[in-house]
Design a protein around this ligand. Sequence first.
Ligand code: KG4
Ligand code: ZN
Length: 335
Amino acid sequence: MPINILGIESSCDETSAAVISDTKILSNIIANQEVHQKYGGVVPELASRAHQKNIIPVVDRALAEANIDKKDLDAIAYTRGPGLLGSLLVGSSFAKSLSLSLNIPLIEVNHMQAHLLAHFIKDNSENKTNFPFLGVNISGGHTQIVLCKDYFEMEIIGETLDDSIGEAYDKCGKMMGLNYPAGPKIDEFARKGNPTKFKFSIPKVSGLDFSFSGLKTNFKRFIEDKSSSDKLFIEEEKENICSSLQETITKILVDKIIQASKNTGIKNIVFGGGVSANSRIRESANRELKKFKLFFPKIEYTTDNAAMIAIVGYLKYRAKKFTNYNVESKARYDI
Ligand code: KG4
Ligand code: ZN
């Protein structure tokens, strides 16, 4: 009999539920919270309220789409952290109550591990990687290079010292008047632009760490300078600006991946997180990392989703790593 697990994700501004049967995803429902768009970033209080409103309909839809009855579930997996505490509490309370009422195991999942294990979903790729691999976690909250020795044996070997790569996209996008999250919009405009038209600063950070705050300041000055003499500058040049910004961010990332591989001798690279949906990063990695074995999750498993929580739930179920009801949610939770 296959193992059926319900995964629940509520760490930030997506309420998501997914059903997995062994390693195959049967449903993956995601409710995006559009309420944050006009604020230029996620408003924690509004996110918790939206999770409360969404969680029951999202879980109901995930079960219906999977054609699975609650009584056929073997376990409930949920995001324990990291994330916004109020948002995490909605998902964890719901998961605990459901697991108690169905009398089935509860499984806590680290959201950042889940981003890096999403490619173990069976319908994802024929081409599975082996351990060890280098995990490149690039999202709105994190930028990490992770040495992954086994499913649950991961070590951060490089990370951002300030803003995350997703914040670089979102904050620069906001300066251009784009709604949150700006990453996908910048990606879209950039496709029609010239990546070498404008030059932005590449930070000098030693080792495998990253920094994006200097780039943000550089970008802010550039936009202010150009717009002060030409009010239509952003409107007329948005495709070139986005393309040049994206090129700079991509170069920062690819250079660090090459360095991490040199340091560790590992050539299997697994990408995860919302920014790994970026078309230029995918293109550039495929071109410049030809000698590497690259694994990108399917686009629907890059930004926050419960399918990745469900696959980790399955892997933990197999390893009998179950969770007590007194386990607390964690806003900060090391990988
Ligand atoms: O993994 P995720 O959904 O949430 C966190 O765990 O943070 O990542 C969200 C981030 C946002 O910053 C968003 O702008 C960025 O991923 N993003 C992109 C793209 N799609 C989403 N950034 C660049 N290009 C994209 N296509
Ligand atoms: Zn995430």
